[in-house]
Design a protein around this ligand. Sequence first.
Ligand SMILES: *Cc1c(COP(=O)(O)O)cnc(C)c1O
Length: 414
Amino acid sequence: MSHFAYRDGMLHAEDVPLPQIAAAHGTPCFVYSRAALLSRFEEFRQALAGRDTLLCYAVKANSNLAILNLFARAGAGFDIVSGGELARVIAAGGDPARVVFSGVGKTKDEMHQALVAGIFCFNVESSAELERLDAIAGQAGKRASIALRVNPDVDAKTHPYISTGLRSNKFGVAYAEALDLYRRARVLPNVDIAGIACHIGSQLLDPAPAAEAAEKILALADRLAADGIVLRHLDLGGGIGIRYRDETPLPVAGYLAPVLEKLAGRKEKILFEPGRALVGNAGVLLTRIEHLKHGEEKNFAIVDAAMNDLMRPALYDAWHDILPVRQAAGATAEYEVVGPVCESGDFLGHARALAVAEGDLLSVMSAGAYGMAMSSNYNTRPRAAEVMVDGNQIHLVRERERIEQLFAGERVLP
Ligand SMILES: *Cc1c(COP(=O)(O)O)cnc(C)c1O
């Protein structure tokens, strides 16, 4: 069941008609469905039932505190990529002991912060990082639990910008080097080898690459065990794809089945790090048409949301469905749906057939992941408000930024 659906010709989020949100909180506005978020989480939980697992939500997909809090209360762990994300997880009531820290460029300060917080594991991505972490842990009088993020060199068959598991990517340590690096980790005084990690890319629809990666990770875990290095957990990353347009993603259980089959009978705890799959279809970007412009070759629907609010179309040429909030019977025209930002790449959708008028509301679908989280203030545009709907209740979960906030930290020369 979709939590964003038409009722009597009006698009709703759960039981709330979207114009009610625009009236209360303005546009552009991200709207999330609490039920959609929780039902996705539940789908993962059920797919993993009966196994020793930790589901670590990838915070970078959408780091709003209300979303983190919802998942924390549902029992989630978190996958973070910065000290800022760790601070958010803690502020939202998340348990640091369920946090894994990924990313290729962890600073000394971030390492220290995470050690003091007592995170579950550092996913280490290079030998330089391993040595630095050992030193920082020593200074802090802590032991750092680590997994090496290994690059299994499988082709995830997704967009090159979101493919991360190939040898040519900046992520992870090479498969062939992993054994040596584990041997090095074993003799470092302030490092405790806990597991192994991989993450091969994003928006994956075919489970075969993930199963192939799992197989390679298992082979390495067994090779390590033969060397006396026994791992406590296997982290298989995130990347599970969702429907944006006409994709037909498997249900979570179906996607995970080939992976879990490879893991049958293993003693290690299993971690997954889904981001998009948990939040992507649980949010929309609500925007209002400012002007309709009929050019010589194209028609433009100029809306009050822009690439600074939702960067995915400009960055990856990504498709988002764009629906009129009120279904109209009138004739449709083909529109370029664009924002007011001074870039030709500032579009939300090309050649969309819409029956719309100035002042109408549009809903940009599947905007829950990598929407607000990637937004910026380009063109000195305050970032959008965020709202979470729960049944017929509307909760403002982030205020719209105010213009004064945008330059509050700036100074002119005396
Ligand atoms: C981005 C990322 C994820 C989440 O990816 P999704 O495609 O949103 O599921 C998980 N793990 C790591 C290490 C990541 O970088």
